[in-house]
Unconditional design. Structure first.
Length: 256
């Protein structure tokens, strides 16, 4: 990935933030050496392909919101309008799947996980990133920028706080997958500040607020600096904590 493109997207684009850079590194590590047709499972504007540096993977993406699919198609992404609990694909259609920050938005997450299992070929892998529910419960409202400026209304579409490695593994085991690895990602300060910036930057009511107008340029410069730091592998792991995200690599057994 081009360095200047990465920084530009990190600070000004919709796809990248400091915590998203950590996610991008994690996903690129997962997908190194993979090839074939992959499903980008419901990642809003179908953005996963924009930060995966692997020319051997072709992505088909979907989302349930028309505006997100339209935004993806403007980038010439191969994107469809669909419901993650009823995928419009035949059985065993994909060589792999990425579900990045999606399952926490789905009320019947087991149904979605079973659909992913159905459309994957035997032996194919599912690469998952979800919020760390334990950390959010522990840190409470302080994990959200709205804690500091209560006049800004809080929004969001999560139907659950998130997952732990144990609950993610349990969910995907019930769907028929085998666990290959799981754990925490995006540890500590950089991830937390990235989440705070996200809450300010992308909520409609925030963009119109006086607080945002006053803080925007300062935050942009701070996030640029942290984005540069985020390009150093493992730097955010120096800040101790459970991590803002939980990751998992799960595989569909070869015999089904």
């Amino acid at each position: 990935m081009d360095f200047l493109q990465t920084i530009n997207q990190a600070v000004f684009g919709r796809t990248f933030l400091p915590h998203s850079l950590a996610r991008a590194r994690k996903l690129n590590d997962f997908l190194r050496g993979e090839r074939g047709l992959f499903l980008d499972f419901g990642s809003a504007d179908c953005k996963v392909e924009t930060f995966i540096d692997n020319p051997d993977i072709t992505f088909i993406a979907f989302d349930f919101e028309e505006r997100e699919v339209a935004r993806a198609r403007k980038r010439n992404a191969n994107a469809l309008l669909a419901d993650g609990r009823r995928l419009p694909f035949k059985d065993q259609a994909f060589d792999g799947c990425v579900a990045a920050e999606v399952l926490e938005h789905i009320d019947r997450d087991l149904d979605a996980a079973k659909e992913i299992h159905r459309v994957l070929k035997p032996g194919a892998k599912l690469f998952t990133l979800v919020p760390n529910g334990a950390a959010r419960k522990k840190w409470g409202p302080k994990a959200d920028a709205y804690y500091y400026i209560p006049s800004i209304p809080h929004g969001g579409s999560h139907v659950r706080e998130g997952y732990t490695p144990e609950t993610l593994n349990r969910l995907l085991t019930q769907a028929g997958f085998q666990t290959r690895q799981s754990g925490y990602s995006g540890k500590g300060l950089i991830a937390w500040l990235g989440l705070t910036y996200y809450n300010f930057r992308f909520r409609e009511e925030t963009r119109k607020s006086l607080a945002w107008k006053l803080l925007r340029m300062t935050l942009v410069r701070l996030m640029l600096f942290l984005s540069l730091l985020g390009l150093v592998p493992g730097l955010d792991a120096q800040f101790q904590g459970e991590g803002m995200d939980v990751y998992g690599v799960h595989q569909k057994p070869n015999n089904n």
